[in-house]
Design a protein around this ligand. Sequence first.
Ligand code: PRP
Length: 214
Amino acid sequence: MKKLTIALSKGRLAKETLLLLKSCNVDISYVDLKSRKLIFNNDDDTLCIILVKPTDVPTYVERGVADIGVVGKDTLMEHGSNVYEMLDLGLGKCKLSIAGYKKICLEKNSDNNLRIATKYPNIIKEVYDIRGQHVDIIKLNGSVELGPLVGLTDVIFDIVESGSTLKENGLCVLEDICDISARLIVNKVSLKVKRDTIVPLIDTMKNVLEQKND
Ligand code: PRP
């Protein structure tokens, strides 16, 4: 069997993805998410799991360092990448939404462009380009909720999962833009040369997910 390398998004998604792999009879007992270790090889050296920053998963897969990756659709939409998106895993479900103080007006205002703080400038630019509305997009790398709180921006465009970050900062959803979930991506060459390993794994995942949804 050819060795398979899987890139997992560190953080929220990693635990859920490992549980899914376990349900697919993949031994993941040697992966310790509490440690600071980044690479985990199984005993017979047929599977390697690497933990990477969510936004870097497509890079590792596209470059062939990992054969398979699990990453949020938000990351794929924002950065784009030359990989196969094979499966919606239905994990890490959340929404990409515009949020801010209740009273903010999202409509076109020629004097004052709407200022938006976000980790996803490309996605929100496309949304407003289609609407023909010019907006001022400010890229932040995290804690974007601060934008409206400190007067940097009028609103934010970000992931909303439980909604507690918004609530605790006195903000609310003004408009949902799209649903997000984790996707299984595969390196294009790997799918050819490791087809015998990758395709059965994906089929098993599909069955497990179908059973879960029944
Ligand atoms: C994400 C997102 C929101 C929060 C939403 O941030 O950017 O801030 O989670 O989740 P909730 O609706 O369940 O509260 P993350 O925890 O990844 O940290 P970051 O802001 O530093 O990117």
